[in-house]
Design a protein around this ligand. Sequence first.
Ligand SMILES: [Zn+2]
Length: 239
Amino acid sequence: MRIIKKADDYWRYNLQRLIQKKYPPQKGGVLVFHEVTDEPDTPMKPDYAIRTDEFTTFIDSLREKKAFFGRFDEEAIKPGKIYITFDDGFKSLLHTAIPVLEKREIQYIVFVPTDYIGKPGYVTKEELSEILGKSNSVIGGHSKSHRRMHGLRLQEIKDEITGSKKELEDIIERPVEYFAYPYGSMNAIGFFSKRAAKNAGYRYAFSTLCVDNRKYKDPFFYPRITVTSNNYKQILEMM
Ligand SMILES: [Zn+2]
């Protein structure tokens, strides 16, 4: 079984590299941020975090370029438009990225793993309702425990994907229609996850496959472009 898992990991890893090479991202797409913070030492830094001033510059430069920001509550995600998402539910978002987006009326999804709620650095239940009270926020599922799905048993995968949906819906008292796979790569999601996300009734399940969403648009493994301090200027040029 371990050999099968290893082989499967290997081909998925290479398949993702191939697809990313074949369909590099173009103008527009769903962007994913993690932590937006001015704290010098965050566990996410420097590979997954971005400073508030960098984030603000990024958003304002897109607006100057007349980029179109899409809304998730429209019928479907439209290639060419830009969509904003945040993974993991960092509490700093409430004072950093969220005011920037609210002021400019740009919609965004905050993906929250239910087991992280109330942990140091992550949103509490009260902060989650504060976010929900904003006009442009959407809360999405990000599993229960934020484990890699690959290697988990079917029941565990269902629990992470369907169970966390129910749990989050009970907390926020509204339907959860969007999901982001933890780590989000082809080899992190493994077998069954896509089917579980579909069966759970999500509208979209997001990956971290970094490709052109005109060419690759599987709603249950939807591509996203990761934006950080290290690459935001490059991405700005591409948009
Ligand atoms: Zn995550």
